[in-house]
Design a protein around this ligand. Structure first.
Ligand code: PRP
Length: 216
């Protein structure tokens, strides 16, 4: 019998969408639609075992081999650089990593720029590339508060609809990188289950392309 593919799904709206794609790609799992508090669901017939994890933990499960594949935002891959294979851009969960600040912000190159963020590596890399001296203020959420209260000059954060910035009188000043969800694989799983994981990646890619075609 083929070994099961363990799939770490990010809890939330994106994960639900990804599950729908996986199911239509040939990896259905009726058990996952039963309400309850179970976290692991399998379907021997389609050779798949799903589990829901916190979105920011998906890469940890995959890197350490507790999951063979998973779905994670490009922001997490750029920030934590997990040692995994990035198989596919799912063209979902699209947003961008931006520098944002008050509408009145003017950069003074004489001063160290104070940058509040949940993504210190991304911010550091970005400003290192511009030889701009910065002071990182690492926060864990509600980043938009920092420039409003004078804790920082700007923020580096995810902008999706732009509503949070607008409602707090902040502007996106620069786009650092576009972000979307990616299908990732554990490196040794990929080595030992190459065919099965590739087949899953191909089937998902096909579904993604079909959905994009329909949305046009
Ligand atoms: C994210 C991000 C922004 C917001 C952007 O926050 O950090 O605050 O979403 O989305 P928008 O452009 O559609 O308004 P999240 O909801 O993850 O909460 P957080 O404050 O804990 O970072």
């Amino acid at each position: 019998m083929q070994p099961m593919i363990n799939v770490a799904l990010p809890k939330g709206r994106l994960g639900e969408k990804v599950l729908a794609i996986l199911e239509s790609a040939g990896y259905p799992c009726p058990a996952i639609h039963d309400p309850g508090r179970r976290l692991i669901f399998e379907n021997e017939e389609s050779g798949v075992r799903y589990f829901w994890v916190k979105p920011s933990d998906v890469a940890i499960y995959v890197e350490r081999g507790a999951a063979d594949v998973g779905v994670v935002g490009k922001d997490i891959l750029l920030e934590y650089r997990p040692d995994v294979y990035e198989l596919l851009d799912l063209h979902m969960g699209k947003c961008r990593m931006c520098v944002a600040g008050p509408k009145t912000f003017r950069d003074d190159p004489e001063k160290t720029l104070r940058v509040a963020t949940k993504f210190p590596h991304i911010a550091r890399d970005y400003y290192a590339g511009r030889s701009r001296e910065i002071d990182i203020i690492k926060l864990n959420g509600s980043i938009e508060l920092a420039p409003i209260l004078g804790l920082s000059d700007v923020i580096v954060d995810i902008v999706e609809t732009g509503a949070t910035l607008r409602e707090n009188d902040l502007d996106a000043l620069e786009t650092i990188v576009p972000i979307s969800a990616r299908l990732i694989a554990n490196k040794s799983s990929y080595q030992f289950q190459t065919e099965a994981i590739r087949a899953m990646g191909d089937a998902v890619a096909q579904q993604v392309a079909q959905r994009e075609e329909k949305e046009k």
